[in-house]
Design a protein around this ligand. Structure first.
Ligand SMILES: [Zn+2]
Length: 319
């Protein structure tokens, strides 16, 4: 059986493993993303790949590639990370393929982490057997991956599918991409926390005092808990999250005519009820012929999806 080394590089952690064609993950290792320089990340990747090659050789496994999914804008054709994310320091203009080719002759694949998530869910997860699938990963930010007619839509050099930066309100909050009212400002962990901070700033309620004084400690988790406890402010914030996601999903459906939309990422997995709410709201807007049959699902592969999809790129190539 063929195996591929998978590497999923995110803002807080790097997940690695040897992945079989059925999606089985062996020798999985998770590291916190080094926060000093890109050199430190590249050294970690080189050592890990070197070690996995040794393990595979010892066990007589047939390794066919190294596949990487990374946060940021990826030049898919040249195997370069163009610009990273605010969460990974110094992660710009990285020729990752060149660095790893110094230690292995295996083919090296590199794609955006939301695309590798979409590949995994399309090949082995909730979207298995479905040719038109759009994925949204809700976490610190929002990533997008589009499979149309069984192929990943990447655009000219690989920058397509930045669905988190689809605006649903031109008067909305400023987004770090330079636009306003992107769904990332409403439905990512950071977006939810930032909008709540703005509410706290204007509120005199005693229960908010601690986070008003320590705003950097406030995350979307607190907002979801306060919503459960009946806080009007938190209810309003999450209602906006559902509305923004609903309009975002309608835009996606009108543009790509998919059969299914799959939601992943920590925020969606911890709050899967959000997706049911979006589904309910969808019934009231959008072109009925397009919207009515679209399935909304949660990721089947969960936290391993990015890693499995990274490794799986070689087999997409062969399909
Ligand atoms: Zn944006």
């Amino acid at each position: 059986m063929e195996y591929s080394i998978g590497i999923d590089i995110g803002g807080t952690k790097i997940a690695t493993g040897i992945v079989g064609r059925e999606g089985n993950v062996l020798s999985k290792r998770i590291y916190p993303t080094p926060s000093s320089t890109n050199k430190e990340i590249l050294e970690l990747l080189t050592e890990t790949v070197d070690d996995y090659i040794r393990i595979a050789t010892e066990k007589g496994m047939e390794l066919v590639s190294v596949g990487i999914g990374s946060a940021g804008q990826i030049d898919y054709k040249r195997g370069k990370i163009l610009s990273g994310t605010v969460n990974i320091k110094d992660w710009n203009n990285i020729d990752i393929r060149k660095s790893l080719s110094l230690i292995t002759n295996l083919p090296i694949y590199l794609d955006n982490d939301a695309n590798t998530f979409a590949i995994a869910e399309h090949q082995l997860g909730s979207g298995k057997g479905v040719d038109d699938v759009v994925c949204l990963t809700l976490g610190t930010g929002i990533g997008g991956g589009i499979i149309s007619g069984g192929n990943v839509i990447r655009g000219r050099w690989g920058g397509a599918a930045e669905l988190g930066h689809m605006s649903v309100n031109f008067n909305g909050p400023d987004c770090n991409c330079g636009s306003k009212g992107c769904i990332e400002t409403y439905a990512s962990g950071t977006g939810i926390a930032n909008r709540m901070k703005e509410k706290l700033r204007l509120s005199n309620r005693a229960e908010f005092t601690y986070y008003k004084e320590n705003p950097h400690l406030l995350t979307s988790k607190e907002v979801f808990v306060w919503r459960e406890q009946g806080s009007i402010e938190a209810i309003e914030i999450i209602d906006q999250t559902i509305k923004a996601l609903t309009f975002g999903v309608v835009n996606i459906i009108h543009t790509f005519n998919p059969s299914m939309i799959i939601f992943g990422g920590g925020l969606a997995e911890a709050n899967s009820w959000l997706i049911s709410e979006v589904k309910k709201s969808l019934e009231t807007i959008g072109m009925s012929s397009l919207v009515k049959d679209v399935e909304l699902k949660i990721s089947k592969l969960g936290q391993d999806a990015g890693l499995i999809g990274a490794a799986y790129q070689v087999w997409m190539d062969k399909n």
